[in-house]
Design a protein around this ligand. Structure first.
Ligand code: SAM
Length: 356
C-alpha cells in the first residue's frame, strides 16, 4: 500500500527530458562531434518553408516573399545544376538536373535569417496561397521524381504536407493517399479542401487502411511510392510534452517503431511495380529507424519475396541543396538533413529504392 501511494505521488519526469536523455546517449555516438550543435538546433525554433500553392490565384506572392528576401530554394538549386552542366562539373550534372521537379516551389529565408512567414491567405475562391512546412520534408518528394501520368501511393499521408507537394508537381496520373489514423485523415481532407480544386481532388483517393495490409488491398501497381513512416519525431519529442512518444506509458509503442517501420516499408516495396521507385523517410536521426530499417527490408525482400532492390544514389542532393540545408555526410544509405542553428530544418532522413 505504502509503495502504491509513493508511486502515484512521485514527480513524473517530463517526456521531453527522457527524450533528450535518450538522444544524448545514442546520437552522441552516432553523430560524434556534430551532436552538440544538432542538439542546440533541436531545442531552438525550427525554420519553415512556404510551399507555394500552384492551384491558387496567387501571382503576387513570389514577389511579396522576394521583397522579404526569401527565395525559392528548389529553383535556385535547379539553376545551379544548369550552370554546372554548362561549366566544368559537367560530368556530375545529368542526375542533378533530372532529379528536380521545377513545378514545386518553396520559399525559405536565407541561412541565419529567422524571419517567419505570415499565415497563409485565401484567394477569391478560398484556396490558400501557401502551405507552411519544414522545407526538408520536400526532399523525399523531390527524390521521388514523379513523371507524367505516374500512379503514386503515399502510404502514410496525413496530415498531408507531402501529399500536397506531390500534387503541386501536376504530374500524378492518380494519387492514393492513405493513413491509418481517422483523425489525422480528417486533417488530410482539410488540407486537400483548403489547397486543391475539386477537379484535382477527384484524382486523389483517400483511404484509412493499416498500411501494413496494403498488398491485400492492391498489389504491385504503383510507379512511385512514398513511405513516410511514424517515428520518434525527434524535434517534437525534444520540445513538446503533448503527444510525446517518450512518455513512460508509450515505451512499448516506441520500442516497436522500427518493426512497424519495417512492415510499412515492406508493404511499400510490395506495392511498387517491378522497375518502379520508392522513397522511405523519417523525421528522426536514429540509425535504428533509418538505415537499419532499410537494410533489413532489402534482406527480407530478397530472402522472402525474391525481390531485388537497388539503393539509388542521392548524394547529388547534398551538392544541390547545401546552401539551404545541413547534411550529414556519413550515411551508408540515403541522406540525412541535420538541424543547425543557421539552417534549422529537419531532421529528415530519406532513402530511395528501385525495385528490380
Ligand atoms: N506524410 C505526412 C506528411 O507529410 O504530412 C506525415 C506522416 S507522419 C510522419 C506518419 C503517419 O503514419 C501518421 O499520420 C500516422 O497516423 C501514420 N501511420 C501510423 N501507423 C500507420 C499504419 N500502420 N498504416 C498507415 N499509416 C500509419
Amino acid at each position: 500500500r505504502h509503495k502504491e501511494k509513493w508511486a502515484t505521488t512521485a514527480p513524473r519526469i517530463p517526456s521531453t527530458r527522457l527524450a533528450l536523455h535518450h538522444f544524448d546517449t545514442s546520437y552522441s555516438l552516432h553523430l560524434g562531434a556534430l551532436w552538440p550543435s544538432v542538439r542546440a538546433g533541436l531545442l531552438c525554433e525550427q525554420k519553415y518553408g512556404a510551399l507555394l500553392n500552384n492551384f491558387a490565384a496567387a501571382d503576387l506572392v513570389p514577389q511579396e516573399l522576394e521583397l522579404l528576401s526569401a527565395t525559392d530554394f528548389i529553383s535556385e538549386a535547379s539553376q545551379k545544376a544548369q550552370q554546372w552542366q554548362r561549366g566544368a562539373a559537367a560530368e556530375m550534372s545529368p542526375p542533378l538536373c533530372t532529379s528536380i521537379s521545377s513545378k514545386i516551389k518553396c520559399y525559405t529565408f536565407p541561412r541565419g535569417d529567422i524571419s517567419r512567414f505570415r499565415p497563409a491567405r485565401p484567394d477569391s475562391l478560398g484556396l490558400l496561397d501557401y502551405y507552411l512546412m519544414d522545407a526538408a520534408s520536400l526532399l523525399p518528394v523531390l527524390a521521388l521524381n514523379v513523371q507524367p501520368g505516374d500512379f503514386v501511393l503515399d502510404l502514410c499521408a496525413a496530415p498531408g504536407g507531402k501529399t500536397l507537394a506531390l500534387l503541386q508537381t501536376g504530374l500524378c496520373g492518380h494519387l492514393a493517399a492513405n493513413d491509418v489514423s481517422i483523425s489525422r485523415t480528417k486533417r488530410l481532407y482539410e488540407v486537400l479542401h483548403s489547397y486543391v480544386p475539386k477537379e484535382v481532388r477527384d484524382t486523389v483517393s483517400v483511404t484509412s487502411y493499416d498500411g501494413r495490409d496494403w498488398d491485400r488491398v492492391k498489389g504491385d501497381t504503383f510507379d512511385k511510392v512514398l513511405v513516410d513512416v511514424p517515428c520518434t519525431t525527434d524535434r517534437h519529442s525534444a520540445m513538446e510534452e503533448h503527444n510525446n512518444i517518450f512518455h513512460k506509458r508509450r515505451t512499448k509503442e516506441r520500442q516497436m517503431l522500427p518493426m512497424l517501420q519495417l512492415e510499412l516499408l515492406m508493404a511499400g516495396i510490395l506495392a511498387t511495380k517491378p522497375g518502379a521507385e520508392l522513397v522511405y523517410s523519417t523525421c528522426s536521426l536514429s540509425p535504428l529507424q533509418n538505415e537499419c530499417v532499410v537494410e533489413r527490408a532489402l534482406d527480407i525482400a530478397e530472402a522472402q519475396f525474391n525481390i531485388r532492390i537497388h539503393v539509388e544514389d542521392l548524394s547529388h542532393f547534398r551538392t544541390l541543396f547545401q546552401d539551404t540545408f545541413s547534411f550529414f555526410s556519413d550515411c551508408r544509405l540515403g541522406e540525412l538533413v541535420l538541424p543547425h542553428l543557421t539552417a534549422n530544418f529537419g531532421p529528415m532522413y530519406f532513402c530511395k529504392l528501385r525495385r528490380m
